[in-house]
Design a protein around this ligand. Structure first.
Ligand SMILES: Cc1cc2nc3c(=O)[nH]c(=O)nc-3n(C[C@H](O)[C@H](O)[C@H](O)COP(=O)(O)OP(=O)(O)OC[C@H]3O[C@@H](n4cnc5c(N)ncnc54)[C@H](O)[C@@H]3O)c2cc1C
Length: 496
């Protein structure tokens, strides 16, 4: 049997946190591998959340959430532009509709000022409505955090993982860790997959999100359990409500409440609620949940353009009884837990990576030496929306695929899809293209463009159309060609 390669560091879980750690470590001369059970990065909590870069508000004083959220909010300015990620600091407002809520906001205002956070408490009604004209007339106070912003979580994660790969980090997709063996004699972990593969590493970073408790138990750690908390959303079409700010109600101890916000691509959403659930896979939406969101949003804003609703979705927070992030070397040497990363984990991800680097230096004995050939930037893929008319006609002359619009809602061309198919992370299914270029995220939700995207993947990846999946595994979209349905040309067992 061939001996498996030995890595210095194996990161389990390629969400925003695992990918941020991989990107941070890729600067150094160490062998790092990022392991993910799904067919792409960003398939866990990072896929479905509010996409808000929070500004440390409503976190407990002295908590990791407070410290890492504030630092993460700063770090996005340092790292985002280098790796080609778009974000907008549109600012967030918390709204009070009565005296008790006003007092809560006043308390948070003082706390934020003491932390040195840029913040403004506004009670003048004309200013309130100037800052956000969509607010209901019953809003009497707003607490404004101008450095909060919006980002597309999977765009950040893909950029982080790709930048790590450009600098030598290996990405192993569709590797579900099911068993970890500790070889104490050689100070090595053996990480086993569900289909018999094995990876050896000196250090493990457990960034497995909702399953981080399961991974910790594989090495005998029982210090925490993950409590799944689902959040549901209603998403609206582009430009259906001209919002200026990210809008929150006054938070309660249980949650920040129903958010109303636009996205970087101009859609707008309401949500999430927060429901503890049993299943770690329960990403369905419910009528109770959706009604809760609608009622919450109606308290704060005037109009909800329901005719423009394009889809609903849900994500699951990986919460713990500790109510704070767990970022530490565990009682098992060289096994680092990065767990309980619920909100504001996206905002904190770059700071969590910075903290993990410190732990690796101080506790795990790593002496990081910078790579001589480190590439500090990642070029963002050029999109149709980036081009002037003149530039586009030049492109079409060179390559007629730039003239073929595949997705009408989001204006995506064949040339862009072909390039994404052949990016650093090998694209194998239609959702991977969707997360990179947005065909299927618009008004028609893929009704028109999906068959065309499938054909391009089939051609570029040299696989029959029936093998193209939605999200990997057995998520086949078409079963067989209609004309062959009654014949026995394709063996049924071949695809099932
Ligand atoms: C409804 C909701 C709203 C939120 N809103 C915000 C917000 O606006 N701003 C903010 O800052 N934060 C927000 N968050 C929190 C944020 O989404 C999370 O903190 C963040 O995405 C966590 O990232 P992660 O990498 O730790 O986890 P994940 O993204 O879940 O990644 C973990 C990865 O591990 C993989 N994995 C699991 N088990 C295994 C295994 N056995 N083998 C291999 N791989 C495995 C999973 O497939 C997954 O890809 C929100 C969360 C939710 C659910």
């Amino acid at each position: 049997m061939p001996t498996s390669k030995l890595y210095d560091i194996a990161i389990i879980g390629a969400g925003c946190v695992g990918s941020a750690i991989a990107q941070r470590l890729s600067k150094y001369d160490i062998k790092t591998i990022l392991i993910e059970k799904e067919s792409d990065v960003s398939m866990g909590a990072t896929k479905a959340n509010s996409g808000i870069i929070h500004q440390g508000y409503f976190t407990t004083k002295g908590s990791l959430k407070e410290k890492l959220c504030l630092r993460g909010n700063e770090l996005i300015d340092e790292i985002g532009p280098k790796i080609g990620v778009e974000y907008e600091r549109i600012g967030a407002i918390f709204c009070a509709t009565n005296k008790i809520e006003h007092e809560t906001l006043e308390g948070e205002y003082i706390k934020s000022q003491n932390r040195g956070v840029e913040v403004e408490l506004i009670t003048e009604l004309s200013r309130i409505h100037e800052i956000e004209p969509q607010l209901n007339d019953n809003v009497i106070t707003i607490l404004h955090f101008p450095r909060a912003g919006i980002i597309i979580p999977f765009e950040l994660t893909i950029a982080l993982a790709e930048h790590a790969m450009i600098n030598g980090v290996e990405l192993n997709l569709e590797f579900e860790v099911v068993f970890i063996k500790r070889d104490t004699e050689n100070d090595v972990f053996e990480i086993h997959s569900d289909d018999g593969k094995k990876i050896k590493a000196k250090t493990i970073i457990n960034a497995a999100g909702i399953y981080s408790d399961k991974i910790a138990r594989m090495v005998g750690l029982e210090d925490f359990i993950i409590i799944p908390r689902r959040g549901e959303y209603i998403l609206f079409d582009k430009d259906s409500l001209p919002l200026k700010k990210i809008i929150f109600p006054t938070p309660t101890p249980a949650s920040k409440g129903i958010v109303i916000s636009k996205t970087v691509h101009g859609n707008f959403f309401i949500g999430p609620n927060a429901t503890e659930i049993e299943s770690k896979e329960g990403i369905n939406t419910t009528s109770i949940g959706l009604n809760e969101i609608i009622a919450g949003a109606r308290k704060i804003i005037k109009n909800l353009p329901f005719k423009k609703n394009i889809t609903n979705f849900a994500g699951i927070r990986a919460s713990t009884h500790q109510h704070d992030f767990i970022v530490e070397e565990s009682s098992i040497p060289q096994f680092i837990n990065v767990a309980g990363i619920d909100s504001p984990g996206l905002s904190s991800s770059l700071a969590i990576a910075e903290m993990v680097e410190q732990i690796l230096k101080k506790k795990c004995g790593y002496k990081f030496i910078k790579k001589g050939d480190y590439i500090p930037t990642r070029n963002k893929q050029i999109l149709l929306s980036d081009l002037s008319e003149k530039e586009l006609s030049e492109k079409i002359k060179e390559n007629p695929q730039w003239g073929q619009i595949i997705c009408r809602c989001e204006q995506v061309t064949e040339a862009e899809i072909v390039e994404a198919c052949n990016g650093p992370i090998p694209v194998k299914n239609t959702d991977m293209i969707k997360r990179r270029l947005r065909p299927g995220m618009g008004r028609c939700q893929g009704g028109f463009c999906l068959p065309k995207v499938m054909k391009i993947i089939s051609r570029e990846k040299d696989m029959i159309l029936e093998r193209v999946t939605k999200t990997g595994g057995k998520s086949f979209i078409v079963f067989r060609r209609t004309k062959l349905l009654s014949s026995e040309v394709i063996d049924k067992g071949d695809l099932l």
